[in-house]
Ligand binder design. Structure first.
Ligand code: PLP
Ligand code: COI
Length: 342
């Protein structure tokens, strides 16, 4: 196996070509065999439902090369369940958990040389994707689907890495509707976030902190990540129907409980922001990205969260513990890792 010629520690969160991807087609009411491909393109009908009516959903998860040389994938069964939910949310056929896991293991093994080495700070990002393939002009679900998985080695999502960045909130944009598709991982949600996201970037913010789309009173989530705050001994995170149920956030809540903290999953009003000791965006790509300041673009309010410009002690501990578990340095007491032995 030829080592991939990559400067692992300089990787950002971008697309690096790898050797193979895997695909599986749903036809005549059933999923077929897993196909291995070395092509980076797909052939699809010009009238496919994915292209016209956004019938697609995706996932994101990571594999890590551990201290002991083993490869660990973090909580993949949760991603399988979530993509099944997302598929139901936009009327697509659901992949089975067994097929998802088999595809995942196959695509990782085939691209072993792209798994970043232990100590590089990088990981192998796995991107499962499902798309509606049937040609339709009327708005109707497809009969045929393509489920594929690609992998690409990644570094930190925010170029600053594990350093506080500033985020902004605004009532001018929503990424999802109150009873819409926010709890599913479907492409349309991300298309709907691009205008606000680019505006935030132009103004120097790393992400938009969205408010609940119904009342615009409560914090929802932070760009492509969930949001949490630390106040005293409490880990506080929004309860909302319009956010993605983050697997990272779920894991951090468990770690906070393990640390003896209170976990409060509830509505978090904007007025509570000045009381936060720490805040962060959390997700597979973001891990825990500490928040420096939160600026309200409508009122002009500016709240400094990371007062000394550094990640707070709880976020530091959560980040180190989560990473330690994924790298096999800290005991995985919750059985989160799926260990691949090769
Ligand atoms: N919220 C959104 C909108 C996301 O895109 C993601 C990323 O997957 C998350 C939250 C975090 O979810 P997870 O921790 O499962 O990656
Ligand atoms: C992830 O955290 O895996 C995501 O999917 C977020 C983003 C890159 C879309």
């Amino acid at each position: 196996m030829k080592e991939a010629d990559i400067n692992w520690s300089a990787l950002g969160f971008g697309y690096v070509p790898t050797d193979y991807n895997v695909r599986c087609y749903y036809r005549n009411g059933q999923w077929g065999e897993i196909e291995v491909s070395s092509s980076e393109t797909i052939e699809m009908h010009i009238a496919a439902t994915a292209l016209h009516y956004g019938q697609e959903c995706f996932e994101g998860l990571k594999a890590f090369r551990g201290k002991d040389g083993k490869v660990r994938v973090f909580r993949p069964i949760e991603n399988a369940k979530r993509i099944q939910d997302s598929a139901r949310g936009v009327k697509m056929a659901e992949i089975t958990t067994e097929k998802f896991m088999e595809m995942m293991e196959t695509v990782i093994r085939l691209n072993e040389r792209f798994i970043p080495p232990y100590g590089s700070g990088a990981s192998l990002y796995i991107r499962p994707l499902e798309i509606g393939m049937t040609a339709r002009v009327g708005v109707k679900p497809a009969d045929e689907y393509c489920f594929l998985m690609l992998v690409t080695p990644v570094g930190p999502y925010f170029k600053e890495g594990f350093k506080p960045t500033n985020i902004c909130l605004t009532r001018e944009y929503d990424r999802v509707a109150p009873k819409g598709t926010g709890r599913f991982k479907v492409g349309g949600n991300y298309a709907a976030s691009l205008v606000a996201g680019e505006k935030a970037h132009e103004l120097g913010y790393s992400a938009v902190l969205y408010l609940d789309p119904k009342e615009k009173k409560y914090l929802d989530e932070c760009g492509p990540a969930n949001f949490y705050a630390i106040k005293g001994n409490s880990y506080i995170t929004p309860a909302s129907e319009s956010i993605l149920p983050s697997i990272t956030n779920d894991s951090l809540m468990q770690l906070a409980r393990d640390f003896g903290m209170e976990v409060e999953r509830r509505h978090v009003p904007v007025e509570e922001i000045p009381t936060f000791d720490e805040a962060a965006a959390c997700g597979t790509a973001a891990v825990c990205s500490p928040v420096g300041e939160i600026h309200d673009l409508d009122t002009g309010d500016k709240w400094v969260i990371a007062k000394d410009g550094k990640p707070g002690p709880v976020t530091n501990r959560l980040y180190d513990t989560l990473n330690g578990i994924r790298l096999g340095e800290i005991e995985d007491t919750h059985n989160w890792n799926v260990v691949l032995d090769f």
